[in-house]
Design a protein around this ligand. Structure first.
Ligand SMILES: [Zn+2]
Ligand SMILES: [Zn+2]
Length: 241
């Protein structure tokens, strides 16, 4: 099929191997987004207006700080902070607004907690990626239907992380019907379970290596089992240090 904006990353996600092809796609998008933020994009007014509103999640603050553009992170944090100060000044008086009676201590309104909760759960980079991440699943199913290689790629994969396996099943229900849906389930569910069993075995061996009786046993594939298990369970990319 014709390679496009979305089919290339899907193919690359599967070619990269590892515990989840969709995590491969997502982590690449995240790395690109962090680099993009710290390019000159933070000097563009429309982007800064957005980052002033949303800020970033803890993961992406940490990743941006890890890059060598402290000035960029400082500028974005500074104007974000200014916006939050203005918002808080506007919202805070309502905390002590009306009282029901002289003896009533019950606060009548609290716009501050919902505001801060929304703020701490919002992230410009996460939004940018999540807003069209479903497109990769749609593309995956388009390829599944049109591209005969896709089935082979799935069968050769090591299954999916929990988060993306959940999305995959949900998206399968939207994109496939009847026999095609059943066929898909008959492939991905045993594949996923088989790979969870395989990974659990590797992790059990990794644990055994802490026991002195196993110290001379060769590692085999278990050396990075914990890193791969964390990706499978929590979709998290951990650096091997
Ligand atoms: Zn994943
Ligand atoms: Zn984020």
């Amino acid at each position: 099929m014709k390679e496009s904006l979305y089919t290339i990353p899907v193919n690359e996600g599967f070619e990269e191997g590892g515990e989840c092809p969709f995590c491969n796609i997502k982590h690449k998008l995240e790395r690109e987004a962090v680099d993009y933020m710290l390019g000159a994009s933070y000097m563009e007014d429309d982007i800064r207006m957005e980052t002033n509103k949303t800020g970033f999640c803890s993961k992406h603050y940490a990743e941006m700080y890890g890059k060598q553009n402290r000035l960029g992170v400082a500028l974005m944090s500074d104007t974000h902070l200014q916006k939050v100060i203005d918002d808080l000044k506007e919202l805070a008086p309502a905390l002590k607004g009306e009282k029901k009676g002289i003896f009533s201590k019950k606060a009548t309104s609290n716009p501050v907690t919902p505001y801060l909760n929304t703020l701490t759960n919002s992230c410009y980079i996460c939004n940018k990626i999540n807003n069209n991440f479903d497109r990769y699943f749609d593309t995956f199913f388009y390829m599944w239907k049109k591209d005969s290689d896709m089935e082979e790629k799935v069968k050769n994969s090591k299954g999916f992380c929990f988060e993306h396996f959940a999305t995959l099943i949900e998206m399968a229900q939207k994109n496939l019907s009847g026999q095609k849906y059943d066929d898909f389930i008959d492939i991905v569910v045993p594949l996923e379970i088989e790979n969870l069993v395989r990974l659990e075995g590797e992790l059990a061996f990794f644990i055994n290596k802490f026991d002195h009786r196993y110290k001379d046993e060769p590692w085999g594939t278990a050396k990075d089992a914990l890193i791969r298990a964390m990706l499978k369970l929590g979709s998290v990319e951990v650096e091997d240090k």
